[in-house]
Ligand binder design. Structure first.
Ligand code: COS
Length: 385
């Protein structure tokens, strides 16, 4: 644990108050404007949100995974667009450097990521390589003391705002699959790097994604993460393992919010002369949602504890991502049902959450990829006795 229990409680309380008093009332505005207000971003910077997971020696708060999960469960209570502002600095954008970077790389980038001075994006997905991440085509060919990158990346979260990208590219075009892939830190203003127009999405307005294109983009060789070629796929997998617990916590936080909205509505909305919450068919939906969200909370806390204890959590992390993101889909669907016509109307938050949670089953590894990861690891463990 990075924090003593009083400091952790204070941090969680600060997040809870910010989320419920300040962010929830802004949700509709963020969605309509497709932007998080600048003063909110400044406040999140001030509170240290960008550095939640970055070690203290590099200016972050250095939360353990358990502490991070507790923070993220609180953040899940509101629109995911708010978390997205700093989410890539806490997770997939920074963790490649934290986990596998050299000391120099950590010193030169992590303090600026922790303070929120710059945003980091994670650039793995390509037009032709999504779930099959090992087949990516972007190349990085050594030329003197530089690498020259060519190719394009797709649906990259925070690309429009990023100061640096963690880019997975093929340094060895002769080696197909995962082994020829390396990871680089690429600065936004590198010559030959351009960012496409922001994508139009089903939900999560206020969080932005775009293509990133490399045309003879020269990157200093010292920006090869860890200084060793051929390790980039493994770096990406380690980053995603950790991210899957984080994602499970976000999904569970969102489920808890949807349940809160559902209970309140069920207590107020009257039909047949009484609150609809008094009908057992509504009660069944509330009870199922509560049971599943409790299971999600318990899972993410258990996986985080194991991660902090140094266990290999590849299976548990994928279980969290799979279960919690599917679970919040069911909870959101029941919330629409409990709200009835009002659940379908943009005037209430349920319709927006229903669209927002749909992405959770897709990004950072689809549900089907999580199933593959879980089953493959089970079979491998069995074969190894
Ligand atoms: N941690 C460390 N190393 C890992 C790892 C992990 N969690 N998972 C795999 N590796 C290593 C393997 O051990 C293997 O190393 P060796 O070549 O030394 O044996 C290497 O990485 C390749 O692994 P594997 O053969 O399993 O790779 P596959 O190409 O079969 O891909 C899946 C495996 C499908 C699981 C992977 O491509 C994946 O996770 N895809 C989804 C990617 C994703 O989440 N995309 C979303 C967009 S990114 S936000």
């Amino acid at each position: 644990m990075a924090l003593d229990s009083d400091t952790l409680e204070q941090l969680l309380d600060t997040i809870r108050r910010l989320v419920r008093d300040r962010l929830v009332p802004l949700e509709a505005e963020v969605s309509a404007n497709d932007a998080v207000p600048a003063d909110v971003i400044a406040e999140m910077r001030e509170l240290g949100f960008f550095g939640l997971s970055i070690p203290e020696e590099y200016g972050g708060i250095g939360l353990s995974m358990t502490e991070e999960v507790l923070a993220v469960l609180e953040l899940g209570w509101t629109s995911p667009a708010f978390r997205s502002v700093f989410g890539t600095n806490v997770g997939i954008g920074s963790q490649g450097i934290v986990i596998d970077g050299t000391d120099e790389q950590k010193q030169s980038w992590l303090p600026r990521l922790a303070s929120g001075e710059i945003i980091a994006s994670f650039a793995l997905t390509e037009p032709e390589a999504g779930s099959d991440a090992g087949s990516l085509r972007t190349t990085a060919i050594r030329d003197g003391d530089h690498y020259v990158l060519n190719g394009s990346k797709r649906y990259i979260t925070n690309a429009p705002h990023a100061g640096i990208f963690t880019v997975m590219a093929r340094t060895d075009p002769e080696t197909p699959g995962a082994r020829g892939v390396s990871a680089f830190i690429v600065e936004r203003d590198s010559p030959g790097l351009s960012v496409g127009t922001p994508d139009k999405k089903m939900g999560q307005q206020g969080a932005h994604t775009a293509d990133v294109i490399f045309e003879d983009c020269r990157v200093p060789a010292e920006n090869l993460i860890g200084g060793v070629e051929g390790q980039g796929f493994k770096t990406a997998m380690k980053v995603l393992d950790r991210g899957r617990i984080h994602m499970g916590a976000i999904a569970t936080g969102m489920a808890e919010r949807l349940i809160d909205e559902s209970v309140r509505y069920a207590s107020e909305r009257q039909q047949f002369g009484k609150p609809i919450g008094e009908f057992q068919l509504i009660q069944a939906m509330l009870a199922d949602s509560r049971t599943e969200a409790y299971a999600g909370r318990t899972m993410v806390l258990d996986a985080a504890r194991r991660f902090d204890g140094g266990e290999n959590i590849a299976i548990e992390a994928a279980c969290c991502k799979l279960y919690c993101t599917e679970m919040v889909g069911r909870v959101a669907d029941r919330a629409v049902q409990i709200f009835g016509g009002a659940g379908y109307m943009a005037e209430y938050p349920i319709e927006r959450f229903y669209r927002d949670v749909r992405l959770l089953r897709i990004y950072e590894g689809t549900s089907q990829i999580q199933q593959i990861v879980i089953a493959r690891n089970m079979l491998r463990d069995a074969a190894n006795g």
